[in-house]
Design a protein. Structure first.
Length: 325
């Protein structure tokens, strides 16, 4: 039997199925997007294999009533297993479009009601849960050596700070990934690039970071478009031995994510994939954090410390082009 959160989420899906028909058209996109994804571009072998593989995951039929005592099965939700999640750690059999290095990452996460998070997702995505809870993360970190495959590193442009707020979802084939609620960067060009080429909700802001002799990182973020001009402060460091997340654990569910979802014009969903070695994570020690940034999305502030906190020194990353779902 479904748990109470799953049953409530199923009822929410049913109500939305009658209110939000999914758009099936293949829309045209901007020329800038066409460089990474086009109507003529075939789906890659990697994407096909991933979709076929995830189609074998656990399925749940959601049966809904229209109110006239006639039940109608309106959708089948394919739930990803941890075995399938682990498959995404493999490198795609295709050429990367960018190289990046992510350093000194703090992962702070809070539990949320799945229905609250589902309302923030576009049609075609289902909130991904762990033990009945949805999760929202705040992740400040350093972006280093960012470059397209055809370009060398440019010192000022290729190095900046980023803070993202994210949650987790899967598509109708059970492919799990990250849905970004926002990404703040202190380079205007980086924010514009992310908006234009990946259709991600980037914001330009003032971000600063410095590290002291005891390895404490003082990190701050202020979004220029925030009418309240709030500054979000973090002070953190890793402690203890570093190790990779164990399959099936909450650590694995939250940090081992290799797919991002983005929404093109007219509601068309697309996926992007990254590849890196699994994160070596440590317990995060923190003396300052900000939950107020969650209120920009909008989300009800948890009013408590994060429910989960880990730190990673970082990974070298390959970024691949977008594929339409």
């Amino acid at each position: 039997m479904n748990s109470e959160p799953e049953s409530r989420l199923a009822n929410y899906h049913c109500s939305q199925a009658f209110l939000k028909p999914k758009i099936r058209e293949q829309p045209r996109v901007d020329d800038s997007i066409d460089k990474l994804i086009s109507d003529e571009k075939p789906v890659t072998k990697t994407a096909v294999k991933a979709r076929e593989s995830f189609s074998l995951s656990q399925t749940t039929d959601l049966t809904c009533s229209t109110g006239d005592d006639k039940a109608h099965s309106v959708m089948t939700v394919v739930q990803p297993s941890f075995e399938k999640r682990k498959q995404l750690q493999r490198r795609p059999d295709e050429k990367a479009v960018m190289f990046q290095t992510w350093q000194k990452l703090l992962f702070l996460h809070w539990r949320f009601d799945p229905i609250q998070i589902q309302k923030l997702l576009p049609p075609g995505l289902t909130v991904d849960t762990h033990q009945g809870s949805a999760w929202v993360g705040v992740v400040p970190f350093y972006m280093r050596s960012i470059r397209p495959v055809w370009s060398p590193v440019v010192p000022y442009v290729s190095n900046f700070l980023e803070l993202n707020v994210r949650t987790y979802a899967y598509d109708e084939n059970g492919l799990p990934g990250v849905w970004f609620l926002s990404l703040d960067a202190n380079r205007w060009l980086a924010a514009q690039f992310g908006k234009t080429f990946f259709r991600l909700p980037y914001f330009w802001g003032k971000l600063t970071a410095r590290e002291d002799s005891a390895n404490w990182i003082k990190y701050s973020c202020r979004r220029f478009s925030d009418p309240k001009k709030q500054t979000h402060n973090f002070r953190y460091r890793g402690t203890g031995a570093a190790s990779t997340a164990v399959e099936g654990t909450l650590d694995f569910f939250l940090v081992e994510r290799y797919i991002l979802f983005t929404e093109l014009k007219m509601g068309q969903l697309a996926t992007g994939q990254v590849h890196h070695t699994p994160y070596e994570i440590q317990t995060a020690e923190y003396s300052e954090y900000s939950e107020e940034i969650l209120g920009l999305h909008p989300l009800e502030l948890p009013g408590r410390k994060p429910d989960h906190a880990v730190y990673s020194e970082g990974v070298d990353v390959e970024v691949f082009g977008l594929n339409r779902i």
